[in-house]
Design a protein around this ligand. Structure first.
Ligand code: SF4
Ligand code: SF4
Length: 289
């Protein structure tokens, strides 16, 4: 089984458009939306949920009023101002660090697990999908990404599917690391802007650190052909495969507004044709090596 993560240094570079299009072209792949902080693949693939599971990724302090001596030490020690003046724990402010439980002289505080999100196994028109949603204000998205990937892997094994397509979260933080570890290749989607080039370099460093084969795709390459050329020559110098250059087209946004992928909305467009070429190249590079 092969795993490909589609990633970008920041949001809005076309990563989700590409992942959704690949899931159509693949015909039989499990797609995993690992952008758990702001998932949007479901808006294009319209999954039908088959299974839902609670994600318990964090803890919250609970004060036993019968044991509490009302000394106020927990309120004094809490660095997150999560204990109110009437000695109640504010669920949003509590980080579950446990300092109050250690400080409490009456052993009145325990830490309990709390539900921080949901994970789903779903079916789309094009195959299976593993996805999730982290509740507002919750952290530990890296752990939820790992759960989404585990679910995708179990599904692929059970259904005898040989490819997992992962829509990674933007940036280079913990959830991105969780979405690239152990994958066969990482496709970085970038734009030919100065910030895009900077983000591309950071994403490539990350892939290099985790020994993941990098591919690069330049989206809206024609908005700045000089910067596009700089990216191409940088990749050539560093022996990184540029798998394609997608032209700018307002049809991509139109497709999204209509809740469709570009492959469905405008299959004959230059963008759709280029995505198909990119897909064939990626498959060849991943499965022929
Ligand atoms: S530290 Fe313990 S005993 Fe003191 S107010 Fe907090 S919960 Fe009550
Ligand atoms: S667990 Fe940490 S954040 Fe939560 S109330 Fe206790 S000290 Fe504050």
């Amino acid at each position: 089984m092969k795993q490909l993560t589609i990633l970008s240094g920041k949001g809005g570079t076309g990563k989700t458009t590409l992942t959704a299009s690949f899931s159509i072209l693949a015909k039989n792949a499990v797609v995993a939306d690992c952008d758990v902080d702001a998932p949007d693949l479901h808006m294009l693939l319209h999954p039908e949920v088959m299974e839902m599971q609670q994600f318990k990724g964090s803890k919250i302090a609970v004060i036993d009023e019968n044991k509490c001596a009302r000394c106020g030490l927990c309120r004094e020690k809490c660095a997150f101002a999560a204990v109110t003046s009437d000695l109640k724990v504010d669920a949003i402010a509590c980080e579950g660090c446990g300092v109050c439980a250690v400080a409490c002289p009456a052993n009145a505080i325990t830490l309990v697990e709390r539900v921080s999100g949901s994970a789903y196994i779903s079916k789309t028109k094009y195959g299976f999908m593993s996805h999730a949603m982290l509740y507002p204000g919750e952290s530990n998205s890296g752990k939820l990404v790992t759960l989404v990937r585990q679910n995708a892997k179990i599904l692929a094994e059970k259904e005898d599917i040989n490819l997992i397509l992962i829509d990674g979260s933007p940036g280079i933080g913990c959830p991105v690391i969780a979405s690239i570890t152990g994958v066969d290749a990482g496709l970085v989607v970038t734009e030919p802007t100065l910030s895009g080039i900077h983000d591309l370099e950071r994403a490539l460093q990350l892939l290099n650190h985790f020994r993941v084969t990098p591919f690069v795709c330049i989206n809206m390459y024609d908005i700045n052909v000089v910067n596009t050329e700089s990216i191409v020559s940088f990749c050539r110098k560093n022996c990184i495969e540029v798998v394609g250059k997608i032209p700018f087209s307002p049809k991509v946004t139109e497709a999204m507004v209509n809740g469709k992928t570009i492959m469905e909305y405008s299959p004959k467009s230059a963008v759709a044709k280029e995505i198909e070429v990119i897909w064939k190249k990626v498959v060849k590079l991943m499965f022929d090596n």
